[in-house]
Design a protein around this ligand. Structure first.
Ligand SMILES: N[C@@H](CCC(=O)N[C@@H](CS)C(=O)NCC(=O)O)C(=O)O
Length: 201
């Protein structure tokens, strides 16, 4: 399987972390987003969105990081990461959706306007995202105060996905100290070899 990603992409990183966690064999193809490699006809044939990640699994292309994770988890029967029991799976789905539609949106804005937008950086977008995070992060902190990981005693796909978004906040020197349960959880996730292995150099 070929994974097309970029080390600074939170979305690509969560897929790579999952491959590392489950020892799923993959070759990593770096897509240079600054050179527009995501818009070449060859790349767009794999992912018409012009974004990373995408996988090419023996001719089967899948894009959207969390869809890729689900596909790989089912394919490799990684039930601990993506349970088959209905309610346990639904909790993972719930946090994955929350990650994409709530947490990730604001973390992405902060990361882009802090590190990538250059002279197009908009401080007002960062300020607005930070305002939203004061509503979003307490939800996560409150739930993590009740259990070690988002869905229980063991990490799941949801923890990997959220970790790469919180890592964006750390790269932007966002102060997580007001959220002790997130801080503790993030420390645990960072201690995993899959986090170190996938860190941008
Ligand atoms: N929802 C998508 C997000 C993909 C995405 O936005 N990727 C960014 C990097 S994190 C990208 O490739 N940006 C390049 C561009 O927009 O030109 C996923 O989870 O896979």
């Amino acid at each position: 399987m070929k994974l097309y990603g970029n080390p600074y992409s939170n979305a690509a990183r969560r897929v790579q972390m999952f491959c590392e966690e489950c020892r799923i064999p993959y070759t990593y193809q770096t897509v240079d987003l600054t050179k527009g490699e995501q818009y070449t006809p060859e790349y767009l044939a794999l992912n018409p969105n012009g974004k990373v990640p995408v996988i090419d699994d023996d001719g089967f292309a899948v894009w959207e990081s969390q869809a890729i994770m689900r596909y790989l988890a089912d394919k490799h029967k990684a039930h601990a990461w993506y349970p088959s029991e209905l309610r346990a799976r639904t909790q993972v789905e719930q946090w994955l959706d929350w990650n994409q539609t709530r947490l990730g949106v604001e973390c992405g804005k902060i990361m882009f306007h802090t590190h990538f937008a250059g002279d197009k950086s908009k401080p007002e977008v960062i300020a607005d995202a930070k305002k939203w995070l004061t509503k979003i992060l307490p939800v996560m902190d409150g739930e993590l105060a009740k259990r070690k990981y988002l869905c229980g005693d063991q990490p799941t796909l949801a923890d990997l996905a959220a970790t790469t978004n919180i890592a964006y906040l750390e790269m932007c020197k966002y102060d997580l100290r007001p959220y002790p349960a997130i801080t503790k959880w993030y420390g645990d996730m960072k201690a995993r070899p899959s986090f170190t292995k996938t860190a941008p150099q």
